[in-house]
Ligand binder design. Structure first.
Ligand code: IMP
Ligand code: MG
Length: 175
């Protein structure tokens, strides 16, 4: 096991996800909502979030590769799986695990906007606001952190650690 420190427990995540779901249900009441999860990191957050939302909605996924196998952003985003539902004229909510430099989301926002949705907002479980290199506004944010590389609850380091129910700060990712 690598050195890691608990940051957000499964219980804490669960109650925050419920609050986010309530807010989203209120804001989108009576509207056509498509929730688009960004793979792979958002798979657990998305699964919990959609189950806490009490309104009709459609679900799809999109996939980009931005980090390679390390913990430092490569700066280049590669697009590997597109949305399959038609989102033209619908309200799209992009679901991301964590926003760091903002490069991934600014790329995706542009790509999705080109498909002419009625609206496009972002929901991220974690916002590393202070590390932003490209301005991206997170409309629904679960938690904010200043620094550190996090794993668990979908978040990985070199594809490891995604399955933990809690979120940890990975203290020595190079080991
Ligand atoms: P950005 O493009 O720099 O905003 O990076 C966003 C992507 O990098 C996210 O989709 C995450 O997959 C990954 N990422 C950024 N910070 C972390 C972290 O602390 N743990 C795990 N993945 C991260
Ligand atoms: Mg990721």
């Amino acid at each position: 096991m690598p050195d890691k420190k608990l940051i957000f427990s499964a219980n804490k995540i669960k109650s925050r996800v419920k609050e986010l779901a309530e807010q989203i249900s209120k804001d989108y009441a009576g509207k056509e909502l498509v929730m688009v999860g960004i793979l792979n990191g958002a798979f657990i957050f998305m699964a919990d979030l959609v189950r806490a939302i009490e309104m009709p909605l459609e679900i799809d996924f999109i996939r980009v590769a931005s980090y390679g196998a390390g913990s430092v952003s490569s700066g280049s985003v590669t697009f590997t799986k597109d949305i399959e539902l038609s989102i033209k004229g619908k309200n799209v909510l992009l679901i991301e695990d964590i926003v760091d430099t903002g490069k991934t989301l600014s790329f995706l926002k542009q790509h999705i906007s080109d498909k002419k949705p009625a609206s496009l907002k972002i929901c991220a479980l974690i916002d590393k606001k202070e590390r932003r290199e490209i301005s991206v506004i997170v409309d629904y944010s679960g938690f904010e952190i200043k620094e550190g590389f996090l794993v668990g609850y979908g978040l990985d380091y070199a594809e490891q650690h995604r399955h933990y129910p809690d979120i940890f700060h990975l203290l020595s990712p190079e080991k």
